[in-house]
Design a protein around this ligand. Structure first.
Ligand SMILES: Nc1c(NC[C@H](O)[C@H](O)[C@H](O)CO)[nH]c(=O)[nH]c1=O
Ligand SMILES: CC(=O)[C@@H](O)COP(=O)(O)O
Length: 178
């Protein structure tokens, strides 16, 4: 693959996916928002195309990619009625509807120090752990790019919008085994 070649999108599943009953969480960063926002829109468009109701797509934002795992874990647990009011020192059970899947969206762009490598490693492992610990599929929607051009190309600006793949993956994984 040459340097300008990049992923054109994932092959869609053979079975028809019906997302009409799903509730999906999208946690996205405010870092690199000019690239993150089109990725989020790409995910929303894909989710709606699979039948997910727009009112059942819940958006929350955090400062940067490093905050994505903890935010996703807290919001998923809250939706499962397992919120913990740490100030009062005793659990307060909420009665919110559980999320069927979550998408964590961010853009990491390499700078001049090793910060990129540490954030990318922590964030990817953290997001994986949230999915395994909660049993709720959490889609890794973080671009880890060496240049801003690589990121914009993958956000639908001159190339395929990877957000669309993350939306379809969220529906597919939410329905897996049902
Ligand atoms: N450089 C990028 C960051 N850095 C910020 C961290 O993610 C984090 O918010 C901070 O270290 C405080 O905990 N975040 C991105 O999402 N993208 C970057 O390129
Ligand atoms: C991904 C990052 O944290 C990076 O953008 C920070 O840039 P730098 O390594 O020049 O501090």
């Amino acid at each position: 693959m040459g340097g300008d070649d990049f992923h054109k999108g994932v092959k869609q599943p053979s079975t028809k996916l019906d997302g009409s009953a799903l509730r999906i969480l999208i946690v996205h960063t405010r870092w690199n928002s000019e690239i993150v926002d089109p990725l989020v829109e790409g995910s929303i468009t894909a989710l709606v195309n699979y039948g997910v109701k727009r009112e059942n797509i819940i958006l929350r934002d955090v400062p940067g990619a490093f905050e994505l795992p903890s935010a996703a874990l807290r919001l998923i647990r809250q939706s499962q009625g397992q919120s913990q009011n740490l100030l009062m020192g005793s659990p307060q059970v909420s009665s919110a509807m559980p999320f069927d899947a979550a998408i964590c969206v961010g853009v990491l762009i390499k700078g001049s120090t090793m910060h990129f490598e540490y954030i990318a490693d922590a964030t990817s492992h953290g997001i994986m752990k949230v999915g395994l610990d909660t049993g709720v599929p959490v889609i890794f929607g973080v671009l880890t790019c060496l240049t801003e051009e690589q990121a914009t190309q993958r956000a639908g600006m001159g190339g395929h919008n990877h957000g669309a793949d993350w939306g379809s993956a969220a529906v597919e994984m939410a329905l897996l085994g049902l």
